[in-house]
Design a protein around this ligand. Structure first.
Ligand code: CIZ
Ligand code: SF4
Length: 354
């Protein structure tokens, strides 16, 4: 639906009044009505770095979800205030690993006598608490672009990896990119005693995968791939590594959001693509590349938008910006100092990856 012209004008006017004092970040999965006001777009990590490169911006308005705003707060200066226009914009995947659950998991690993061999690797899509746990225990953060390098580094530090919180990214990277077998991976279920694993299983495993997943990417399945190949002859299937292993194994191309965009930019006219990632982004790419004769369809028509990404809409953005004009910082996301220090350590290990 087209954006309300009155709200568009108010957002524009508020941004103009704030000038360089505000920097608006727009994640690729955001609605068009919000993305039009973003000073930069990108994935969560690129956006956090872009914000850190703008120290003159006192206010960072993060159009994305909660863990992304936390990461921006961790990576930006103390004088920069990060605002999330709707506090209900969480991430179901990040919520699947709480600090208490992960501390309990570490106890289970300790009891099984394996904790000393374990290096935690946590996906960017996790709370600041989980990033801090990772830093404290000698681990690193990864994104979907550098997961392989992060795992290779971790296996130089220890014999096993605890991968948090997305089991699919962990499994796909280990098996598809690094040649491990599915049997090298076990799944730790935080809702079961001892994670549902025996001490022997923990001792035998190389990859201990946290039982988390993305509620959007996890919905694509093997039928989605088979059906689109039938419906669109000659189609190239391009998916994000947060998809299930069966989907990734059946796809033609697999990679991060930035990889998906670059692949479509480089695609020849007349080529056909079925893309398995968030719908706002797929629609935007379909519209952008249609004039070049590239046909882009959504991998599975029954999957919908990321509902929490969509919480950030134009009314919330206008409210956040107009509040800043009045000198009121609403919905500030601020990570406490101790958590920030350890989370930063884990993020810095990622930045130092070869
Ligand atoms: O699935 C997501 O939310 C992604 C890919 C986030 C990110 O890191 O940009
Ligand atoms: Fe979280 Fe998935 Fe939404 Fe990304 S798309 S914010 S991983 S629920």
């Amino acid at each position: 639906s087209p954006s309300d012209p009155d709200l568009v004008e108010r957002a524009r006017a508020a941004k103009e009044k704030l000038g360089d004092k505000v920097f608006v970040l727009g994640h690729h999965y955001q609605r068009d009505e919000v993305i039009q006001f973003a000073d930069v777009t990108g994935d969560s990590f690129k956006l956090a770095r872009d914000a850190a490169a703008r120290p003159e911006a006192e206010y960072i308005v993060f159009c994305g979800v909660h863990f992304m705003a936390e990461s921006a707060d961790i990576l930006t200066g103390d004088h920069q205030k990060v605002v999330l226009p709707d506090l209900a914009a969480g991430c179901s995947m990040a919520d699947m690993a709480t600090a208490e659950q992960v501390a309990e998991c570490w106890d289970v690993l300790t009891e099984a006598g394996v904790a000393e061999q374990v290096v935690p690797v946590s996906y960017m899509n996790s709370s600041a608490d989980i990033k801090a746990f990772t830093g404290k225990h000698g681990g690193t953060i990864c994104t979907s672009s550098n997961a392989r390098r992060a795992l290779e580094w971790a296996f130089q530090q220890g014999e096993k990896v605890l991968f948090l919180p997305d089991q699919h990214l962990g499994r796909n990277t280990a098996v598809r990119d690094m040649g491990m077998s599915l049997d090298d991976c076990v799944v730790y279920n935080p809702h079961k005693p001892n994670g549902g694993l025996t001490a022997e299983e923990l001792r035998a495993a190389k990859m201990i995968l946290w039982r988390g997943h993305c509620s959007v990417h996890g919905r694509f399945n093997l039928d989605s791939v088979n059906d689109v190949r039938e419906r669109v002859p000659g189609v190239n299937v391009l998916v994000h590594p947060e998809c299930r292993h069966e989907v990734v194994a059946a796809a033609d191309y697999v990679g991060s959001t930035e990889y998906i965009i670059k692949t479509l930019e480089a695609a020849p006219a007349g080529s056909k693509w079925a893309v398995g990632t968030e719908l706002n982004l797929v629609r935007r790419l379909a519209n952008r590349f249609a004039p070049e004769g590239k046909e882009i369809v959504f991998l599975d028509r029954t999957v919908c938008f990321c509902s929490t990404m969509n919480r950030i809409d134009l009314p919330h953005l206008v409210w956040a910006l107009e509040s800043l004009v009045e000198g009121k910082v609403v919905n500030r996301i601020e990570v406490d100092k101790e958590t920030e220090a350890f989370a930063k350590l884990a993020l810095e290990r990622m930045l130092a990856l070869p």
